[in-house]
Design a protein around this ligand. Structure first.
Ligand SMILES: Cc1ncc(COP(=O)(O)O)c(C=O)c1O
Length: 378
């Protein structure tokens, strides 16, 4: 029986998956024996290979985090001028554009998927546009066909921020096959992680070669530095942890599938709550997040009320993504940041709430979180 007593311990929106200390120690021993800590060592080489197979992509380049990876993706494609992106994302997405001296142009989002609205992209294109940087928000795939269509018609590059989409597939194809380059984040809070880390995936081996140079200061050999690169390398310790964590992903995903089903069962039919978007049957999701949208007019309580009130029960949810990137002080002066240009994003930014989701939660925990949430309704 669930009660409305607060949880005795804090329930966070997520918790990292930990490998056993024994597995880590064993791998550390291998690294110590090899006497190789970073710069394309054996663990790095093996992880690139294993991830390429896991993600079903032709080429993959590991990075020390997703943000540097995305910065390098923009550099490698020589993007400039303006890039059309979404305001409903993590700060890193528009920031990598700014760091590349590119102006982010915010396009409104789709009311169902919360991803960039592919039908609105065309209206944001100017003679300065060089690319579309779309995000598979919460692991729900973007409308990749429509985005490809508009990009092809205007000669634009496509970069996907797939930070949330590890292991997602469309029609049996890894999500990293779409667009010119996709970025994955392996941050500790993600379904799959290397503590900190990330990767770029691409179809073209030449693009990978350029990316591999860019992430290593542009150093081609001991005599030649051929471009102004950066340090984006993933070290041996985190590569080794990444290799261990590959063995945990599917079990963690299965646990989250079960928790998703409980959330759906408990919360469907509650007036004023909109649950995760439904995807077509050929999409394999990763179930990394569980997000609800709270319509204050119908639910009788605002998202902010629910967020604050949950804390009294020791439940720490997150307002992903609020504030919108278009509301940040560094972006709010852009013409594309106006509320009239982004009505859907502004509405959803006020409604969205990420609920606790990680394999260590029990079914009873999730049921109790749902009972608490429903008790807030007026
Ligand atoms: C959508 C999105 N893009 C980019 C990033 C940045 O990735 P990283 O933390 O690996 O730098 C994150 C999150 O961490 C993210 O959620």
């Amino acid at each position: 029986m669930t009660t409305l007593e607060p949880f005795t311990e804090r329930i966070y929106v997520t918790r990292p998956v930990f490998p056993t200390i024994e597995e880590v120690t064993e791998k550390l021993r291998d690294i110590w024996l090899a006497k190789w800590l970073t710069n394309n060592g054996p663990q790095h080489t093996m992880l690139e290979h294993e991830l390429k197979n896991f993600l079903r992509v032709p080429c993959l380049s590991l990075f020390n985090n997703g943000t540097i990876a995305l910065m390098v993706a923009c550099q490698s494609l020589r993007l400039s001028g303006e890039v059309i992106t979404t305001p409903f994302t993590f700060a890193a997405t528009p920031h990598v554009l700014t760091w590349n001296n590119i102006t982010p142009i915010f396009c409104d989002i789709d009311a169902e998927t919360m991803n960039i609205d592919a039908d609105k992209i065309e209206s944001m294109i100017t003679p300065h546009t060089t690319a579309i940087l779309a995000v598979h928000v919460f692991g729900t795939p973007c409308d990749v066909e429509k985005i490809l269509d508009v990009a092809d018609r205007y000669g634009l590059k496509i970069v996907y921020d797939a930070a949330h989409a590890f292991g997602v597939e469309i029609g049996g194809q890894g999500i990293g096959n779409f667009g010119d380059i996709s970025m994955f984040s392996f941050h500790a809070t993600k379904l799959y992680h290397t503590v900190e880390g990330g990767a770029l995936t691409m179809r073209d081996e030449h693009v990978k070669q350029r990316i591999d140079l860019l992430k290593n200061f542009g150093i081609k050999n001991e005599e030649e530095v051929v471009m102004p690169g950066i340090n984006g390398k993933l070290d041996e310790v985190r590569s080794a942890i990444g290799r261990i964590m590959l063995g945990y992903v599917e079990e963690e995903r299965q646990r989250r599938i079960r928790l998703h089903a409980i959330y759906n069962e408990e919360l469907s039919g509650v007036d004023g709550l909109k649950l995760m978007p439904k995807c077509s049957a050929d999409v394999k999701l990763n179930y990394q997040y569980y997000v609800v949208r709270i319509d204050e007019k119908i639910f009788g309580r605002s998202r902010d009320f629910v967020y604050d009130e949950f804390k009294n029960y020791n439940v720490f949810t997150r307002k992903y993504f609020h504030p919108l990137c278009s509301e940040f002080t560094c972006y709010r002066q852009l013409n594309s940041s106006t509320v009239s240009n982004l009505p859907v994003a502004n509405l959803i930014g006020q409604q969205v709430l990420s609920l606790p989701m990680y394999g260590g939660l029990s079914a009873d925990d999730v049921r109790k979180i749902c009972v608490i949430l429903k008790s807030f309704k007026r």
